[in-house]
Write a protein that binds this ligand. Structure first.
Ligand code: 4NP
Length: 165
């Protein structure tokens, strides 16, 4: 039996940070031939950008690193938790919004801050929102996402193995 695991990256607007994480993670998973085993999406806790493509500045930064972003803005729904194996919030305020959707018991071992998996986090677990800043903020987000995604993949591989895939 080929089991699957499902991960969702979540930020505020779903047009900058989480679409980048989705795009970088999709490329990594495809590279390892696991695209049929790991289901990947992103979402926002807000609804302002539902249906929108990623911010042009985020697309440009991703393109510079060979990553093509394909997501469209979607708002995370409380009901999404049920099918998810891993939900990764980009900052503390996104995490708090997600925690308010479900009893804590339902979220244990499922909901984390994305940078919990960043090998260079030095205790800083925020992916800073680049939306209102300059171009440098987008590159900073890229660097965080690039070094963190392999660790997220390690965790999902462990979760896949537990499902006896
Ligand atoms: P994101 O960035 O949460 O990384 O997608 C933002 C995008 C839009 C807004 C805020 C943050 N906004 O306020 O519209």
């Amino acid at each position: 039996m080929n089991s699957t695991v499902e991960v969702c990256f979540v930020c505020l607007g779903n047009i900058c940070r989480s679409p980048l994480a989705q795009g970088v993670f999709e490329a990594l998973v495809k590279n390892e031939g696991l695209q049929d085993r790991i289901i990947i999406s992103s979402a926002g806790v807000g609804n302002w950008h539902v249906g929108n493509p990623p911010d042009a500045r985020m697309q440009q930064t991703a393109r510079k690193h060979g990553i093509h972003l394909t997501s469209r803005g979607r708002q995370f729904q409380a009901g999404d938790f049920k099918r998810m194996d891993l939900v990764l919030a980009m900052d503390q305020s996104n995490l708090s919004a997600l925690q308010q959707m479900q009893p804590a018991s339902e979220l244990q071992d499922k909901l984390f801050l994305f940078r919990t998996f960043d090998p260079d986090n030095n205790g800083d677990l925020e992916v800073p929102d680049p939306y209102y800043g300059g171009d440098h903020g987008f590159e900073t987000v890229y660097q965080m996402v690039e070094r963190t995604c392999p660790k997220v993949l390690e965790r999902l591989k462990t979760q896949l193995a537990k499902k006896h895939g």
